[in-house]
Design a protein around this ligand. Structure first.
Ligand SMILES: Cc1cc2nc3c(=O)[nH]c(=O)nc-3n(C[C@H](O)[C@H](O)[C@H](O)COP(=O)(O)O)c2cc1C
Length: 328
């Protein structure tokens, strides 16, 4: 049997399939199921600073509403303080203990200090590494791209200064120069990049003339963007590359590995096909490797990257002009 083991963020993994941050991590039995089906690791859903603030505000409102109803009410209520990140941290710790595969925590903060505070708290749960989820939609017209990028590097640097764990950065594909951002992240202490965060875009319903925010799972066509970037980056950065978004089958995972992925993260396909589908994906990878005589992932990782491909320009303009002219 071909060997599927790999190393991600310095942590040995028995397979390159990593369960992406998602609701799959909300139940311990699902995490255990992922481990039994052959997952190499799992990322726990993010600790969102806004969620903590919202819960805290709701608690404050509830207490305030109660105290309006009865003049003495404030004395009825014992001093309740919002648990903050406590509940999430307990969950991370419980999950960490329930399985032996590596577990990564994910964090999405808004204020600069909060990133470090929560990173330190998450590090104490015993997780193997941190994924910094940079999901944000910058809308401030007064803020330049370089201001936003500078703030990002400061976040990574300050986390690395306080936390000994390896850090992966889940990036947006929408930087003017993702390659430069990735180079800077490397210099500021990141260990891996997750290509890419999947931005959920609101839709508009013309019948009701309202916004529609619904959770739509990914489709395999979305793999093209991370695939191209993994292929462009392979061999040009020391960072591990986690390809994420649009990996739905074992064949998709093979494509990502050929492009240069260190690991492949999956969520939508497991929500659609069930968590045991991981084992089918792994079997498809092994069968494909067997057919070609590959003994380990390193035998073919990055084989179709820009570095190793016959036409190094293919990934850049991707035959843009030729393809456009070919449709009549
Ligand atoms: C139900 C659900 C919950 C998710 N929660 C998180 C989260 O908490 N943090 C995060 O960084 N990504 C989250 N994601 C995004 C996934 O980690 C992943 O980046 C995205 O779904 C693309 O991968 P896929 O094509 O395999 O689904 C979530 C996705 C889904 C479907």
């Amino acid at each position: 049997m071909p060997n599927l083991s790999t190393t991600y963020l310095g942590v040995p993994l028995k397979s390159p399939l990593v369960v992406a941050a998602s609701s799959i991590s909300s139940h311990v039995d699902r995490v255990q199921m992922a481990e039994s089906a052959g997952a190499g690791a799992l990322v726990i859903r993010s600790l969102f600073e806004e969620q903590i603030q919202l819960d805290s505000m709701q608690l404050d409102e509830f207490l305030a509403a109660g105290s309006d109803s009865f003049s003495e009410a404030t004395s009825f209520f014992p001093k309740i303080e919002h648990g903050g990140s406590k509940e999430h941290l307990m969950w991370v710790e419980k999950t960490r203990k329930a399985v032996s595969m590596p577990i990564f925590a994910s964090l999405n903060a808004v204020s600069p200090g909060a990133w470090v505070t929560y990173a330190k708290q998450l590090a104490r749960t015993g997780v193997n590494g941190l994924e910094v989820n940079l999901y944000s939609v910058p809308t401030d017209m007064g803020k330049s791209g370089s201001d936003i990028e500078k703030a990002l590097y400061e976040v990574i640097e300050s986390i690395k200064a306080e936390v000994a764990l390896p850090v992966a950065v889940k990036l947006s594909p929408y930087y003017t120069s993702p390659a430069n951002v990735i180079k800077q992240l490397e210099q500021h202490g990141a260990g891996a990049v997750v290509l890419f965060n999947r931005f959920l875009q609101p839709d508009i319903d013309p019948d009701t003339e309202t916004l529609v925010n619904e959770m739509v799972l990914s489709n395999p066509a979305e793999l093209r963007v991370p695939l191209r970037w993994a292929a462009l980056l392979y061999g040009r950065t020391r960072l591990d590359l986690a390809v994420n978004t649009g990996v739905h089958t074992g064949r998709d995972a093979i494509k990502a590995l050929l492009a240069g992925a260190t690991v492949v993260q999956v969520a939508s396909t497991l929500l659609q096909n069930g968590i045991p589908y991981l084992s089918t994906m792994l079997l498809d990878i092994q069968n494909w490797m067997d057919e070609r005589g590959y003994k380990s992932l390193d035998d073919f990782r990055g084989k179709v990257s820009q570095k190793h491909c016959d036409d190094p320009f293919a990934f850049e303009r991707a035959q843009y002009v030729k393809l456009l002219s070919s449709i009549h």
